[in-house]
Write a protein that binds this ligand. Structure first.
Ligand code: FEO
Length: 391
């Protein structure tokens, strides 16, 4: 645990998970992560913002006790996911008079997920306030950052925003402010891509509410505290906008190099037409990097061999990931090589109904690509370059 004083009234309790390498059994964490909670003392009442992952319950409670905490009036649950709410049952067992402050939806979810008794809750509407004595917490409903029940909490007198997952980063770092760590912006970008991108539209629509608060500090529940909120808000505004880059991402698997030959031809054909290309090998690849590339690419190309009648499972995974992340890309294409049969392209495109890009072509080779397929790849590059014109 790292305990930091953000002001005379606000302390940060950061459970530092330096070694965690996977989140939700899905998301790679090359820089670990943190679970932050915040203690706010008013002259009359004391409140906690969020708790800690269950793996840190004991250390978190022990830290609070060591810092002299004798009672808690409120614990704000901005989000029901267990990495922030998982220590609620232990907190409520220790402080039975503590009320859980949440949105009505979050109350329902916490009853389902953690079996917290309904009479422990005080639900708040958008814009509601709670007075702690010289300190005022304002609650801002902001669903879908990252689940449907989420809200932000704003400490009005000190202009500190507690947004839980929003603006977070999976970055275990000893710095006091995010800006002091050169890894932060990339961590922030990666976190946005992996966790927030599916909710891009809702987040973009909600950002003006955050700007209107004019926070002086953003204190998220993952990663370091952000001392330059304007920078984080601007980054999110850029990422959530509809503006695409002149970028094509090719994610591929090649078992015996036929698909790789097609990928390489498309790579050079696009580059020669002025299209920026990023090639990503799915086998052993860092999925977080792929997600980051998808933030503002205009075209996604999937390259796959046919395996037992269908696409290689790792390329099917790329298609499912793109479908889940719903990037802003508008265009897609497939490159595929087969030995004796199968329909990989149709199967892949069928895995992306929510993403639903315009398909600019599928080039299929029987075995090694030859002049006919290379000519098709050149035409595909023409179509992609044409669609990218003006980006
Ligand atoms: Fe960090 Fe959605 O929990």
């Amino acid at each position: 645990m790292i305990i930091r004083k953000l002001s005379e009234s606000v302390q940060m309790y950061a459970a530092m998970d330096w070694e965690r390498r996977l989140f939700d059994e899905l998301i790679p964490l090359p820089e670990g992560t943190t679970y932050n909670s915040y203690l706010i003392r008013g002259t009359a009442k004391t409140a906690l913002i969020d708790t800690a992952d269950p793996s840190y319950t004991h250390a978190w409670l022990e830290s609070l006790e060591r810092m002299g905490l004798k009672s808690v009036d409120y614990v704000v649950a901005n989000h029901a996911e267990q990495d922030h709410s998982g220590s609620l049952p232990a907190l409520l067992a220790k402080f039975p008079a503590c009320q859980v402050i949440s949105t009505p939806k979050c109350k329902e979810m916490l009853i389902d997920l953690l079996d917290i008794p309904a009479d422990k809750f005080r639900t708040v509407a958008d814009g509601d306030r709670i007075e702690l004595g010289g300190k005022t917490l304002k609650f801002v409903h902001f669903p879908w950052v990252h689940w449907p029940e989420t809200m932000l909490t704003f400490l009005e007198e000190e202009k500190i925003l507690f947004p839980c997952d929003l603006f977070g980063s999976h970055l275990a770092s000893g710095v006091e402010r995010a800006e002091e760590d050169p890894r932060w912006e990339e961590s922030e970008r990666r976190y946005y891509a992996e966790i927030m991108m599916p909710f891009r539209k809702m987040i973009g629509n909600g950002l003006p509410k955050v700007r209107a608060l004019a926070p002086a500090l953003i204190a998220p529940s993952h990663g370091p505290v952000i001392g330059n909120p304007g920078k984080a808000i601007d980054l999110y505004a850029e990422w959530t906008s509809d503006k695409m880059k002149n970028l094509a991402v090719i994610a591929y698997v090649s078992m015996h190099e036929s698909t790789l030959l097609m990928v390489r031809r498309l790579e050079s054909a696009l580059a020669s037409r002025g299209v920026q290309v990023e090639v990503f090998k799915m086998a052993g690849g860092d999925i977080g990097r792929l997600a980051g590339l998808l933030i503002d690419a205009a075209t996604v190309v999937l390259g796959t061999p046919v395996v037992l009648g269908g696409p290689h499972p790792q390329v099917a995974y790329a298609a499912m990931l793109a479908n889940a992340l719903r990037p802003k890309a508008k265009y897609a294409a497939v490159l595929s090589s087969y030995g004796w049969g199968g329909k990989a392209a149709e199967a892949l495109l069928g895995l992306m109904p929510a993403f639903n890009p315009e398909v600019l072509g599928a080039v299929i080779a029987k075995g090694l690509p030859r002049e006919a397929e290379y000519a098709e790849i050149e035409k595909l590059a023409d179509r992609i370059a044409e669609k990218h014109r003006g980006l």
